[in-house]
Structures are given as C-alpha cells and as structure tokens.
Design a binder for this molecule. Sequence first.
Ligand code: GDP
Length: 358
Amino acid sequence: MADLYCRGCGAKIQSTDPGQFGYVPEHLLGQDSVICQRCFRMIHYGRHELGAVKADQALQAIAQGLDWASGVVLVVDILDFESGLPPEFLRLLGDRELLLAVNKVDLLPAQTPLPEVEVWVRRRLKSLGLSRVDVRLMSALTGYGFPALADAVAELGGRVLFVGVTNVGKSSILERLLTMRIGGGQRKGIKPTVSPYPGTTVSVSQWQGSGLTFADSPGFVPQGRISDLVDAEWAVKIIPHRSLTSHLYPVSPGDLVLIEGLCVVECVEAGENGLLLGFTGSGVRWQKSSRKHLDKWKGKGPAFARWDERTVSLKAGEDLVVSGLGWVSARKAPFRLRLHVPAGVKHFIRPNLIGPKI
Ligand code: GDP
C-alpha cells in the first residue's frame, strides 16, 4: 500500500505506535482521506497530545518544501513581528522572492490605521535588509485582505508553499484560501489542523487548489520567545486571542511596570512627564510596583529558575519588545530601563507600531 499522510498535519500515517505522530488505529485505515488521532482529538476535543514537532524535523520538512515550491508565502504575526523573522530562518529561505502575509491584524486596537501599519512593515523590512518582499496585511480570523492575497498567490506559479515560525496562522490562512475560488471552493472535508498550540503541523502537506497546489509546512521554531518556554496552559494565556489590551503608566526612577511572573520593566532614568504604554493579550496581568517588590513579582507565574537583567535605552516613540509576550512603548520622553526577563528570552527595540509616529 502507498504511504498515507495525515490531511491535518502532514505526518506519515502509521498504526504501530500511538505515542508517535501520524497514529491511526488499524481498523480506521483504508479510507481515502485520513486524519491522525492527534489531529482528530485536537479538532474535536481541543486536546493537545504528543507535544510539538521537534525543531530539526520541522527544518528538514521546510527545506524539502522549498525545493518543491515555485512560490513562497512567508506568514508573520503582526503582534510578534520581529520573532517571525529570525535571521537563521531567513537564511534558510535564501534570496528568493517572498510574499509576506502579515496576519492577525484583527488583534490591533480598533482605531489603528492599517495603511500606516503597512508603511511601518515596509520600513521594518528595509531595516532588516529584506528587499525582495511583497507585503499583504490580513486576518485569517475575519477574512480581511484575502482577495488581495489570493491575487498575489495566483502570481506565484503552480506550487505555493506557506512558511513561517510556529503559531503565526499558516494553517488558518491556507484553510481560508481553500474555501475561495483559488482554492477550488472547498467548504467541506478535512482541513489543515489549526490549533492554539505551537508545533501542530508535522510535515509538508499538500492541498489541491484551482490550477495550483498549496502546501502547509511545520513552523520554524524560533529561539527566545517566552511563549515557547512555558507549558501549554500558560502559552494559551500569553498568546493574544482577542484584541490587544493597553496599559498606560506615568513612570519615575525606581518604579516597576510588570507582568506577573513573566517580565519586569524597571525605570532607571526617565525624562520629564515620561509615560510607558504596555501592549499584550488580555490573558496576562499588568501591575505597577516598586523596586523593593521585584523578587515577589518575579516569583509569581510559571516560576522560571533563572532571570536575565538587561539595561536598555528607549527614545520617545520607541517600543521595547519582549519576544512572544508584548511590548512597552516610551511616550513623551526618553527612558533608561532595566529589563528583567526569564533567561534566554529575546528583546528588540524598534520604532513604535501603534500610535503617532515621530
Ligand atoms: P500555524 O501554527 O502557523 O499553522 O498557526 P495556526 O493556523 O494553527 O494558528 C495558530 C493560532 O492562531 C490559532 O489559535 C488560530 O486560531 C490563531 N489565528 C490564526 N490566524 C488568526 C488571525 O488572523 N487572527 C486571530 N485573532 N487569531 C488567528
């Protein structure tokens, strides 16, 4: 019998080991279109079993997909933009032209002007040295931007591969495209498995569209995202699922602005009338406190064994991004801050994404 692959996550189907990807009980084999037990339980019961695909397995699958593809759609999450473009992942993509699908724009505050966000994205790409990139803003949740994406995808040739770091919405975008004319209007049947947990797609899985073939790939596992260092329950709290929340604090030296157990921003120096504006998903709790309570706040939450301390300078109108969590934006004045994050978590400084640009 020819090898079968799970239609949800791309894993090779097997009936010998329920503890490995691709398991289907033997009596369910033989159907034309099969889905593995892990995807079935994820879709029907929201259960997350067997953990995430391993980073090296994902890498191998992405490399195979790139050899096969005539065009590549790179998906990033607007809320975690920098973490979606790690240099080692971009090296893997080489210098081929990319269509950048900037997903989850529905999570930006409602009044955010999207044309300004697009300008911001283009400037960020330029500063990251990425020039051969065509940009589309979109939301797989609401359908925003899909007609424009479909037109751009149609230009990519007959074999279109979706790549990106884990959890940015690759499977969700593909699922929606498959329901459109370009995807052959597939409204029923098995779809790519969408889940709130990183690392669900195991291997490249192909889908026949109208005159072209789509392929979903496992997410590249980036280093330094806090959401990948916590267990699945905490990851679901940290990863924004509804519109971002914002928290505005007047801040002076000695003040702490923090997210319990995950990140502390300590003010070392502040310009006059300086404000810090924090953005995250609504599942985490912000606080303002003072230096003497630092250890208490660090001890709450997932309880990391080791923390790093980094001193950073922010100009007014710059964001300090904590990878996989959110950011604080300096308003009205410059700051010198001490950032306390669990060891290994990356941070970035960038021009502000939200609000008037300086
Ligand atoms: P993948 O790992 O890149 O294939 O990502 P998935 O498609 O599995 O999506 C990861 C999570 O993000 C799931 O919880 C999705 O429901 C959610 N998601 C995907 N696209 C969007 C979007 O446009 N907006 C919002 N709010 N959530 C999204």
